[in-house]
Design a protein around this ligand. Sequence first.
Ligand SMILES: [Zn+2]
Length: 502
Amino acid sequence: MRNCLAIVDFPSVKKFVFGTDRAREIRGASALLERLNVVDLPRSLEKEFEGRIRPVFFSGGAGLFTVESATPAELDAALERIDDKIHSASAGGLHLDWSVVELGTGAEAFAAANRRAHILLAGRKGIAKRPRPRERLGVFDECHSCSSPGVSVRWTEDGQEEWICGTCKAKRDNRREGRSWRDLAERLGLQGHPEEHRPDDFSWLAARSIRKGYAGLVYMDGDAMGRVIKSIAHPDHYRVFSKVVDESLRAAVGKVIGAYREKWRNRREDRLPADVLLLGGDDLVMVTTADLALPMAIGISAEFRSATASEFSAKGMKIEGLDQKGLTVSAGVAFFKDRQPFRVVLEQAESLLRSAKRARAEAKADEGFVDFADVSQSRFVALEDVRRIGQGIGSGTELTCWPRSASRAEAFLESARSVVEAGVTKGRINQLAAVAGRQLNAGFETRRLIARAKRAEQREALLRFFESNGMGENPPWAFEGRIRRTAIADLATLFPHLEANP
Ligand SMILES: [Zn+2]
């Protein structure tokens, strides 16, 4: 018998975790997924293959391990049994995909097997699993929470009675068990049950935004991870790599939330200024106030980079495609209203993340990128429509400078804050944005509007804003090849969410 390598994957993670809009179910689903992925799965494998299993990583909705002296058939059978357990623990909400390959010998064996296993797994995606019956009582009723047919439990809370399905119950049962949240509370030295420090729900956060009723969704993940991972030749390196990525992202999130918590202390808030909904591997989904969403995303991006850089150099890790500056994460950030369906907002944030990554790849940048949109007013569901119709993307004249590199995003935020601090009015910014939108005589009109600002410091702050965003020479435009862009509409969007001294 040879040694085998297997990768496992929870294919429907986002659908499971964000399948319903309520914070308590999202948290419970996330907690349950974490437990099954990080604790139960390796434990079950250890039981099946006593002493022969070598875990590489289990996190972020996936896992990788090797088994000594086993056949692929033996592994397949064991994973079937474990899949059954996962299925029943989540009442049919989660299942496992996997692929198993035999490990060859020689220095390249691990990397080759890893690549083959990934290809095999990708080929298996979307193939239906064998059907399994779901527990249900009232076959003709719909779950009050997720609307799936067939309810199985009566749930009473705060004097309200609901009939819900087993999956929603499994989520609710786990909502106070989140490992990532507990870890965050420990990092920040919080006393009492970690959940007591958690924002009540998204409305709680939205009520604490500078512009009330708006919250910010931050969706981040690692750049070019796949490429780096495929080049790792030794399982020990892979193990260290995964651990550094996972640990660095947690540290970055903890540091940034901790820093804003300090600022919040003056406001006498007893809860943290953000809710972490998904955190594992190189993946992060988080909700915060609208005004903190961009600064937090930029902060996490910077912290992650320096944390991975110092960890890898401390461990003497040299991996192809990895430089001394560390790994980067990109972000999609969306402002939304707390009453919007969360699933839709998440999808929009996900497409913002994708466009941030595309822009990063096109720019061949060595830092993370951020894309941002206010999706609260939009009746378009597809973000591409918001961009194409509302902002002229692809027309040669673009009314936005998003996506930006993390450092440019930071410079934009800083220059925007100076405009607010100088007392420039919202009306003036809207006039400037309107002028750029009309395009005709935009240069002349922009200069005229800047000159008409009352005080010298306001005129200076505006000029500085145009200069630091690349629009100094031909306001309101920044030219890049044959495309012209303006950041003034970005400022108008952000303006109501800024305060002078954050
Ligand atoms: Zn349900």
